[in-house]
Structures are given as structure tokens and as C-alpha cells.
Design a protein around this ligand. Structure first.
Ligand SMILES: Cc1cc2nc3c(=O)[nH]c(=O)nc-3n(C[C@H](O)[C@H](O)[C@H](O)COP(=O)(O)O)c2cc1C
Length: 219
């Protein structure tokens, strides 16, 4: 099984709750599926570029006009996206690790999503067929930590809805969320308990992902 892990957190693991969820998830996953082929993308090690006009033209002009000839600068502008899309399309499962910042995904994660969710890289789009995946990702696992507590469907949470919408657009509807909420100990007396519960949930999610129809451990 191939897993692409994309992490958007500048903190060391001992200071980051979301990274501790990732450590628990991958600890269990490797134990259950030692054959796991894991590709780690640390967005703070290799920062994604922000979207540019050249990238926009290189990615989207050929959608309307197949004969469009990109310039050299436009071709170069798609390098990062193309490299990331290759890892994306190789993956069976995508794991996203991040904190909630200002109620949504960190900007560096959004920059990565803008690059990778690009036509003719991870999906095709046409008036006749709509959006068709070029990837084979079955599930996205979202490992997130937040200072506040957000019950399901809390309208302040723009993070999980963004992840659901963006990956749903390219055909991934199975989004497994492990959320260590209430991590601001100034306002939540039980932040440690919440963290331990989320770490347990991360382990259980790894067990589920290891099992769900992904073939035998030899594959
Ligand atoms: C820039 C910044 C913005 C934040 N915005 C929010 C927010 O909108 N809602 C929230 O509940 N917590 C917010 N927090 C708190 C973090 O989500 C919380 O500390 C979480 O545990 C961080 O995850 P980590 O421990 O993996 O780094 C913010 C923290 C920072 C540094």
C-alpha cells in the first residue's frame, strides 16, 4: 500500500499535537502493514510556491484549447505541481497532518492543494465528462489539532469542510478525521484527556485503513 503523508506544521513533534497524532497513526500502520510504502512531504522543508499567472496558463489554457503551446516560463511554473502530482497519483491513501489556523488549513497546505489539484495532473475536466480522477486515492486521513472545541457541523470550522470539498471535487469522498480539539489549556481543563483520546483514535483509524479492501499485506 502506498501512502502519501503531507505535513503542514513547523513545530517539532514533542510540541505539536497533530504531529503526535501522525506518529501514533504511522506507528500502528507500519506495525500492521510493514510493506507500507510511505512518502513524506514536509511542506516546511520544501515550500510550495504560491499560484502564479504562468501556472494558471500552463494548467488551465490546455483545458479549453488542446493545441495551446505553453511558453518556457509556463512550462517551468508547473514543475513543483507535476512532481507533487506524481506522488499523489502513486498513492492509495493520503494523510494530511496540520493544526487549525484561523479556523482553516494553514496557508502552506492551501498552497500545496492549489498546486496539486490541477487539471491534467490529478484529474481531467471537460464539458462532456465533467471531472474524472487521474489518481487512485481511496481515502484521505485528516489528522488535526485545534485550540478550541468544535462540535460536528460547527459553522466556524472551515478546515474540515475545505478538505471535504476540495478532495470530494476530484472524487475522494472517504475523509477520515481524527481531531484533537480543545488543545488550548487556558480554556480547556481537559486538553490532555482530549489529546490522549485523539491519539487512541489515530491508532484505531490506522487499523481501519490497514484493513479496508487494500489487498493482502504482500501487495
Ligand atoms: C496562527 C494560529 C492560529 C490559530 N487559530 C486557531 C483557530 O482558529 N481555532 C482554534 O481552535 N485554534 C487555533 N489555534 C490554536 C492551534 O490550533 C492549537 O494550538 C493546536 O494544538 C495546534 O496544533 P499543533 O499542536 O499540532 O501545532 C491557532 C494557533 C496559531 C499559532
Amino acid at each position: 500500500m502506498n501512502i502519501l503523508h503531507v505535513c503542514a506544521n513547523p513545530k517539532p513533534t514533542e510540541e505539536s499535537v497533530s504531529k503526535q497524532l501522525a506518529a501514533a497513526f504511522f506507528g500502528k500502520m507500519i506495525e500492521l502493514r510493514p510493506d507500507t510504502d510511505l512518502v513524506n512531504v514536509d511542506l516546511y522543508d520544501e515550500k510550495p510556491p504560491f499560484y502564479s499567472y504562468e501556472l494558471y496558463k500552463r494548467a488551465w489554457y490546455p483545458v479549453a484549447d488542446e493545441s495551446y503551446e505553453p511558453s518556457k516560463a509556463e512550462d517551468m511554473a508547473i514543475n513543483y505541481a507535476a512532481k507533487q502530482a506524481e506522488a499523489f497519483n502513486d498513492a492509495d491513501v493520503l494523510v494530511l497532518t496540520m493544526p487549525m489556523w484561523n479556523f482553516t488549513v494553514p496557508a502552506i497546505m492551501k498552497a500545496w492543494m492549489d498546486q496539486v489539484l490541477s487539471p491534467n495532473l490529478t484529474f481531467t475536466i471537460s464539458p462532456e465528462e465533467g471531472v474524472k480522477p487521474l489518481h487512485k486515492i481511496k481515502s484521505v486521513v485528516l489528522l488535526v489539532a485545534s485550540g478550541g472545541v468544535y462540535k460536528e457541523d460547527d459553522e466556524r470550522d472551515a478546515l474540515s469542510s475545505q478538505v471535504r470539498s476540495a478532495f470530494g471535487f476530484i472524487g475522494i469522498d472517504d475523509i477520515e478525521i481524527v481531531w484533537a480539539d480543545g488543545q488550548n489549556s487556558l480554556f480547556n481543563m481537559d486538553s490532555e484527556v482530549r489529546k490522549e483520546m485523539a491519539i487512541e483514535a489515530a491508532t484505531e483509524t490506522a487499523e481501519d485503513i490497514a484493513e479496508i479492501g487494500l489487498g493482502s499485506p504482500d501487495e
